[in-house]
Design a protein around this ligand. Sequence first.
Ligand SMILES: Nc1nc2c(c(=O)[nH]1)N=C([C@H](O)[C@H](O)COP(=O)(O)OP(=O)(O)OP(=O)(O)O)CN2
Ligand SMILES: [Zn+2]
Length: 143
Amino acid sequence: MLQQIYPPVAHDYAYELNKDMHFAAAHYIPHDDAGKCRRVHGHTYFANVTIAGDELDGSGFLVNFSTVKKLIHERFDHHTVNEDELFDDADPGRYPTTEIMARTIWEIVQEHLDVQPNKPRCLQVFLRETPSSYVVYRPKAVR
Ligand SMILES: Nc1nc2c(c(=O)[nH]1)N=C([C@H](O)[C@H](O)COP(=O)(O)OP(=O)(O)OP(=O)(O)O)CN2
Ligand SMILES: [Zn+2]
């Protein structure tokens, strides 16, 4: 597992949790401007998800680390991202670019957190697509 320091998020929640994970996936960007990335190719993506909150659940967790991993890893590992229903080759707002994948990971995680009684918030998703390219997604309003 790649270990690295991720950009910190400013907040005043009492607890902050970070989960690192990686997944292997294929994708393509269905647009002429994407050049070589128009062709199907694969990456080992590295993701870091930052979650914060003031209250813990009955287990003493903000959220279970393994649940966060499962939400993302089981969905994308060894899949073609374009085939996932959250992406759409006919809608540029739903192409599997690093930016849109980072935002989509945030949407998946936050949808799960929204139904937890202790109401944690996903503050940041860091997604590295290649050794030289990564995106950080932060929702506009965090509190
Ligand atoms: N803003 C974005 N630009 C590009 C994206 C993207 O998602 N957002 N994606 C790609 C391709 O999918 C490609 O897989 C990654 O591109 P790139 O970083 O250029 O890959 P290289 O390994 O060739 O990078 P080098 O640093 O030149 O080795 C393209 N652009
Ligand atoms: Zn790519």
